[in-house]
Ligand binder design. Structure first.
Ligand code: ADP
Ligand code: MG
Length: 411
C-alpha cells in the first residue's frame, strides 16, 4: 500500500514524499482511515512502528479546511498530550513537517524551560498544541490556554504517562476540553491501568492492536549468549572489538549499571554516552543529540529513559541485562531493524536470568538463537523447569569460593 491510496490532501502527500515516507506502516494503514472517519480510537503498537504519523496525518487532514482563520483568530483544535519533553518536541516536528504546505500552526509546550516564549506562541494563535501534562495545567491555570474549541484530543504514549504518575493530570486535562470531541489514545502496550484510564476518558473507542509478532523480528537477527555474570563486560568489549559495528544501544536494568558500563567503555576508547532517570533533562537531551549526530556511537540506557524516544538507524542493540518483563525485550529489539532495515540484537544471559529468557521466548513464540562460540561460554539451561526459588537461595553462595561448583545448579 502507498500513501497515495489514502484519502489525504495533495499537500500532505507532497510533504510525505519529501520526507521519503512512501508506504504507511501497518499501524498507520489501520489507524488513519478510522481517525479520518472521526472515530475514537485506542491504538497499541510497539515503539518505532510509526504511531506519531498515524495520528498527525489524519489530524492535519481533518483540520485542512480550517487552516485559514483570520489573523490572530486561530483556536486550538487539536491537543496532543505526551509524557516527556523529548516526545513533545518530536511530535511537534512531525506536525510541522507534514503540515508544511498548509497554514496550520503547531507549537509544543513542556516544563523545564521558561514560560514566556510559550505564552507568546500561544497568544499568537495556533491550531495544534503538543504538551506535557504539568506545563499544560500551569498554562491553563494562568489563563493562557483556551481549549473550548478543541475538536481532537490525543493521549500519546499512554502507558509511559501512567508509569510516570500523570493519570490524575490527564483526567484533569480531559475535563478542560469540551465534552464532544474525538479522542485518540496511543500506547506501546495496553496494561490494565490503561483500560481504566480509557474507560474514563474515551467512549465507544475502536481498538487497533498490532501484536509484536507482526512487527518484530522479521529483519532482526536475535542472538543469545549464555555466560557467567562476571564476564558480561568482557563479552561486551569482545563483541565491540570484533563483531558489532555502527550505532549501538546497550540496555541495562539499573542506573548504576549504566554509569559503570559507560565508564568502562570510555576508558577503552569507545565514544559512549548514556541516559537514565538520575540525569538532568538537558544532559539527557545532549546524549540523545550526540547519538543521533553520531558524535557518540554507543548509547547506554535504562528502559524507562529510552522509552518513546525516536532513535532510528540503530545497527545493533545489546541486552546487557535480560529484561524481566518480556514486552520490554520486544520494545528494545524494535529499536533496530526499523523501517525495513536489518538489525541485530545481542542478549547476554547469566544463570540468574534464565527464567526471563523462557518468558521472552514464549512471547515471541520462537527460540532465540544461542551462540556458543564465544570466550565465556557456559551451557544453555537444559530443563525448562522453574528456577525462581533456587535463584535467590544461591545468589550469595555463587560469590563464594565454591561458586564454580554451585554454577552447575544453573544449567
Ligand atoms: P512510535 O511513536 O510508534 O514509537 P514514531 O512515530 O516515533 O514511532 O516513528 C518511528 C520512526 O519511523 C520515525 O523516525 C519516523 O519518522 C519513521 N516513520 C514513521 N512512519 C514511517 C513511514 N511510513 N515510512 C518511513 N518512515 C516512517
Ligand atoms: Mg510515539
Amino acid at each position: 500500500m502507498q500513501f497515495t491510496e489514502l484519502p489525504l490532501h495533495k499537500s500532505i502527500l507532497k510533504s510525505l514524499s519529501e520526507a521519503r515516507f512512501q508506504r504507511p506502516t501497518l499501524v498507520q494503514q489501520k489507524t488513519i482511515p478510522l481517525v479520518l472517519a472521526k472515530k475514537n480510537v485506542i491504538v497499541a503498537a510497539q515503539t518505532g512502528t510509526g504511531k506519531t504519523a498515524a495520528f498527525a496525518l489524519p489530524i492535519i487532514n481533518l483540520l485542512f479546511n480550517k487552516q485559514d482563520a483570520e489573523k490572530g483568530a486561530k483556536t486550538i483544535k487539536a491537543l496532543v498530550v505526551t509524557p516527556t519533553r523529548e516526545l513533545a518536541i518530536q511530535i511537534e516536528e512531525n506536525f510541522t513537517l507534514f503540515s508544511k504546505y498548509t497554514n496550520l500552526r503547531t507549537t509544543a509546550v513542556f516544563g523545564g524551560v521558561s514560560l514566556e516564549p510559550q505564552k507568546e506562541k500561544l497568544a499568537k494563535g495556533i491550531d495544534i498544541l503538543v504538551a506535557t501534562p504539568g506545563r499544560l495545567l500551569d498554562l491553563q491555570l494562568q489563563g493562557h490556554l483556551d481549549l473550548s474549541h478543541l475538536e481532537i484530543f490525543v493521549l500519546d504514549e499512554a502507558d509511559l504517562m501512567l508509569d510516570m504518575g500523570f493519570i490524575n493530570d490527564v483526567k484533569k486535562i480531559e475535563k478542560l476540553c469540551p465534552r464532544k470531541k474525538q479522542t485518540l489514545l496511543f500506547s506501546a502496550t495496553i496494561p490494565e491501568k490503561i483500560d481504566d484510564l480509557a474507560k474514563s476518558v474515551i467512549k465507544n473507542a475502536i481498538k487497533v492492536e498490532i501484536n509484536p509478532e507482526e512487527t518484530t523480528a522479521k529483519n532482526i537477527g536475535q542472538l543469545l549468549y549464555y555466560l557467567p555474570k562476571k564476564n558480561k563486560t568482557d563479552l561486551c568489549l569482545h563483541l565491540l572489538r570484533n563483531t558489532i559495528n555502527g550505532k549501538i544501544i546497550i540496555f541495562r536494568r539499573t542506573k548504576f549499571g549504566v554509569d559503570k558500563l559507560e565508564q568502562t567503555l570510555l576508558k577503552n576508547g569507545y565514544k559512549a554516552t548514556s541516559i537514565h532517570g538520575d540525569k538532568t533533562q538537558s544532559i539527557r537531551n545532549k546524549a540523545i543529540e550526540d547519538f543521533k549526530t553520531k558524535k557518540a556511537s554507543i548509547l547506554i540506557a535504562t528502559d524507562v529513559a529510552a522509552r518513546g524516544i525516536d532513535i532510528t538507524n540503530v545497527d545493533a542493540i545489546i541486552n546487557f541485562d535480560i529484561p524481566n518483563i518480556p514486552e520490554t525485550y520486544v520494545h528494545r529489539i524494535g529499536r533496530t531493524g526499523r523501517a525495513g532495515k536489518s538489525g541485530i540484537a545481542f542478549s547476554f544471559c547469566s544463570p540468574d536470568e534464565n527464567s526471563y529468557i523462557k518468558t521472552i521466548e514464549s512471547l515471541i513464540e520462537k527460540p532465540i538463537k544461542v551462540i556458543e562460540d564465544h570466550p565465556y561460554p557456559i551451557h544453555k539451561p537444559k530443563h525448562k523447569k522453574k528456577q525462581t526459588n533456587t535463584i535467590s537461595k544461591h545468589k550469595k553462595s555463587r560469590k563464594s569460593t565454591a561458586s564454580k561448583k554451585n554454577k552447575k545448579r544453573w544449567y
